[in-house]
Design a protein around this ligand. Structure first.
Ligand SMILES: NC(=O)c1ccc[n+]([C@@H]2O[C@H](COP(=O)([O-])OP(=O)(O)OC[C@H]3O[C@@H](n4cnc5c(N)ncnc54)[C@H](OP(=O)(O)O)[C@@H]3O)[C@@H](O)[C@H]2O)c1
Length: 278
């Protein structure tokens, strides 16, 4: 018999799809996938889609788009979480960004509005290099980024999904805020070099200033609000505030987090950096 109905938002995204995979193995859980293309569609930008997707749901995994730090996020999160609680949602697990002061406004809204909550603050995902914005430059063999000297504890989306799944299923995690990091600090050039080694591919790295980078994005006609977010992440979140590791993954899962080389080895096996599935 099914006992918990869990709504996973961003169910096709980097952590959401992995959370869905993990919950599928649990016969006490019924999953509803939150996506603009799901049978019951969900769109952050259209609040008319929210009622139907929340109907009958006990627990929600919230991954916001594009980022909790954008100026419109608090109002949307307030409206969504208020509705969810009104419709009977008992627990919310929020994916937040580590070191994002603006995102903490949304964390506080969830804490004030949800009956039970867990906040999962993550560092930059490893999978940004294989399933997101860094994939294209890696395929082109040329990565140009600012903050080349910044040390970031890149975190594996599989570890995040394991932690989120535990938080969704176990009340022991209620009222906790976890900060997830990988086990080591790496710069962007170091991460790219590990990928180059594992994929047997030559990848050049060029260090840019934040201004040069945003100018490049403008030339590629990236929308202004995306440029704002990217600038915010590089300028503020990569200013050194996140250059430390935590042991929260081990605390929740009882095992060490995945290191970047292991991630790179596994991702390279799929052929993603050599154009397979790209
Ligand atoms: N990436 C990182 O390194 C990182 C680090 C820390 C925190 N975070 C946080 O994690 C969250 C997810 O970020 P992500 O960039 O990694 O994306 P992601 O989880 O990979 O999610 C991408 C998905 O978002 C869905 N989406 C896009 N616009 C939507 C909308 N208007 N309404 C509903 N769903 C929409 C799309 O699904 P459909 O097309 O199926 O609708 C898409 O598959 C963000 O809040 C971000 O701040 C990310």
């Amino acid at each position: 018999m099914k006992t918990t109905k869990i709504l996973v938002l961003g169910a096709n995204g980097k952590t959401g799809k992995r959370v869905v995979e993990r919950l599928q193995n649990n016969n006490k859980v019924e999953i509803r996938t939150g996506s603009r293309t799901a049978e019951i569609p969900f769109d952050w930008e259209n609040s008319e889609t929210w009622n139907a997707v929340l109907d009958g749901i006990n627990t929600v995994y919230i991954t916001f788009q594009p980022d909790l730090a954008v100026p419109s996020a608090p109002e949307i999160i307030q409206k969504f979480t208020f509705l969810a609680t009104k419709l009977g949602v008992e627990k919310m697990v929020l994916l937040s960004g580590r070191g994002e002061k603006e995102a903490q406004v949304c964390e506080e809204i969830v804490k004030a509005t949800a009956k039970n909550w867990t906040i999962v603050r993550a560092s930059w995902f490893n999978q940004n290099f294989s399933e997101s914005f860094f994939l294209e430059p890696i395929l082109a063999g040329f990565v140009a980024l600012p903050r080349a000297e910044a040390l970031e504890p890149f975190t594996d989306a599989n570890d995040i999904a394991d932690v989120v799944t535990a938080c969704l299923l176990n009340a022991i995690h209620n009222g906790q805020t976890y900060e997830l990091t990988g086990p080591e600090l790496l710069t962007f050039p170091e991460a790219v070099a590990i990928i180059a080694k594992n994929s047997n591919k030559e990848i050049q790295f060029q260090a840019l200033s934040v201004e040069e980078y945003t100018q490049m994005l403008q030339e590629y006609q990236v929308p202004d609000d995306h440029i704002w977010l990217i600038k915010y992440l590089f300028e503020q979140v990569l200013d050194g505030r996140n250059s430390s590791v935590t042991n929260d993954i081990e605390k929740v899962l009882g095992r060490k987090p995945t290191d970047f080389s292991t991630y790179a080895k596994e991702a390279a096996k799929t052929g993603i950096w050599n154009g397979v599935n790209a």
